[in-house]
Design a protein around this ligand. Structure first.
Ligand SMILES: [Zn+2]
Length: 474
């Protein structure tokens, strides 16, 4: 693939800037947000992620931050400004990872380098405006759909959470979150039952969605009918499918350690009733309750006795202080778990995958999410792992691709702008060397990325990765 050398990239204003002293030109470059140079992708196969149709030999013209046109490639197209010959390559919409955490804004370019042009950040801050401002300092960055601080009961799982104990706390907290400008309320495991329903009611009145864990005190059925927009990590599902739902929920309430929670979940899966599961899935479908299974993080626990898994080469892109924090968090498992416990974790994950396959066949709306910046969940890279795990669970490659493209666009109510390769859409695009519908792992064969019209060729993507890697060694 080669860029048309004769035309190259016209940079507006060069003629005016060149004669000026260097310092002044640098100031100008910062002060003016230039529109991205025009590019045209020639001879590319455009993938229609809505239908799975593949349209070969197309020219996709990108002007400003938008896709200007898509048409069969003509002989004269090689003279178009910024022409890129993409013969043999495939074009898909920019990918979204719908469950990430950002520990440091320096991680953000890792998403772009991996073709992830949008993320849903699942833990925000009390001061939403300050966090947005901080994240916006990083370029390039994926687009961010931002959570409130984590809303939890007392004592919260994570320090710094917004703690609600009574219904009145919950209502006040929702009002504050709405006023702060967060995109959604992030709900967590320990919210008490009556506070949760008050939160749900207040969120409805304030027109702000609530998304996150199904609290331990609430069933997945109840959370779905209360209007929870998304459920993460299959939380509440094993129990909701179990013939022993009530007694296991009581146990969960008393479970103090992660290991106990794991045993309860295994018991839930062992007592799974097909009919109960199907009724639950039908409810998700009719209430438009989205599932974000985050298989990447769910797989982790059963892999911690695997030295290859623990020496993943992508650790090189993670800052030392966060790597240390990961290791610290995993100490109880790494030090004390026996073979039996790792096997239990693997058994649960095998069931998680079966449940995901069942949800797909039942038509439950689903999105890809990794839980990035949890241990061994790598910003950007892991989204490709997640897509492969979804296929392993029973989704078709097309359905898996949808979970990171058109489905997030639907979820966000932005199908007119995002999620497909169509004229008029925002030019968030990923160019692949091989067909992702033939093998989903080909989503990682990235040749180029367009981020709101800005072109990153292979060299630019490698450069982004190398910069992050170098920064971890500082
Ligand atoms: Zn998370």
């Amino acid at each position: 693939m080669a860029r048309n050398g004769a035309i190259g990239f016209p940079v507006r204003g060069d003629m005016k800037i060149l004669p000026l002293p260097l310092v002044f030109s640098v100031c100008l470059a910062v002060a003016q947000e230039r529109p991205p140079a025009e590019t045209s992708i020639l001879h590319v196969t455009v993938i229609n992620v809505a239908t799975g149709a593949e349209l070969p030999d197309q020219t996709v013209r990108i002007q400003g931050n938008r896709i200007a046109s898509i048409a069969a490639t003509q002989a004269t197209d090689s003279a178009l400004p910024g022409a890129v010959d993409a013969h043999g390559a495939y074009l898909i919409p920019g990918l979204w990872d719908m469950h990430v955490h950002v520990h440091d804004k320096d991680e953000l370019p890792l998403y772009v380098a991996n073709g992830v042009t949008g993320v849903r950040v699942m833990s925000g801050d009390k001061d939403t405006a300050a966090l947005r401002k901080e994240l916006a300092k990083q370029a390039p960055s994926p687009e961010i759909y931002l959570a409130s601080g984590i809303v939890d009961g007392g004592p919260p799982v994570w320090p710094g959470s917004l703690v609600v104990k009574k219904p009145a706390d919950a209502r006040r907290t929702v009002d504050e979150i709405k006023a702060s400008g967060a995109d959604f309320v992030k709900v967590y495991s320990r919210i008490p039952r009556d506070a949760y329903f008050a939160l749900a009611d207040e969120a409805k009145q304030q027109h702000i969605p609530f998304e996150g864990h199904v609290p331990d005190d609430v069933t997945a059925q109840e959370a779905s009918s209360a209007g929870q927009r998304s459920m993460e990590h299959l939380s509440g599902i094993a129990l909701a499918c179990s013939s022993r739902q009530e007694s296991l929920m009581g146990d969960l309430h008393r479970a103090e350690f992660f290991r106990h929670r794991m045993v309860i979940q295994a018991e839930g899966y062992q007592s799974l009733e097909q009919a109960k599961c199907q009724a639950l899935f039908a409810e998700f479908r009719s209430n438009d309750t989205w599932q974000v299974p985050t298989l990447t993080v769910l797989r982790l626990w059963g892999r911690l006795d695997d030295s290859r898994f623990l020496s993943d080469s992508r650790l090189a892109y993670i800052d030392k202080k966060f790597r240390d924090r990961w290791e610290e968090r995993l100490q109880p498992q790494l030090r004390r778990w026996t073979n039996q416990e790792f096997q239990l974790a693997r058994g649960i994950f095998a069931m998680d995958e079966r449940v995901v396959g069942g949800m797909f066949r039942a038509g439950v709306p689903m999105m890809a999410g990794t839980d990035a910046m949890n241990p061994y969940c790598f910003p950007g890279f892991s989204l490709h792992d997640e897509l492969a795990l979804l296929v392993e669970s029973g989704l078709t490659p097309l359905a898996a691709l949808q979970t990171a493209t058109i489905n997030p666009a639907k979820f966000l109510g932005r199908t007119a702008e995002l999620g497909t390769v169509e004229s008029g859409r925002i030019a968030d695009l990923v160019l692949l060397a091989a067909d992702p519908l033939a093998d989903i792992r080909n989503t990682a064969q990235i040749q180029a990325v367009w981020l709101k019209g800005k072109y990153f060729d292979k060299a630019a993507l490698v450069d982004l990765l190398e910069k992050v890697k170098a920064a971890t060694k500082r």
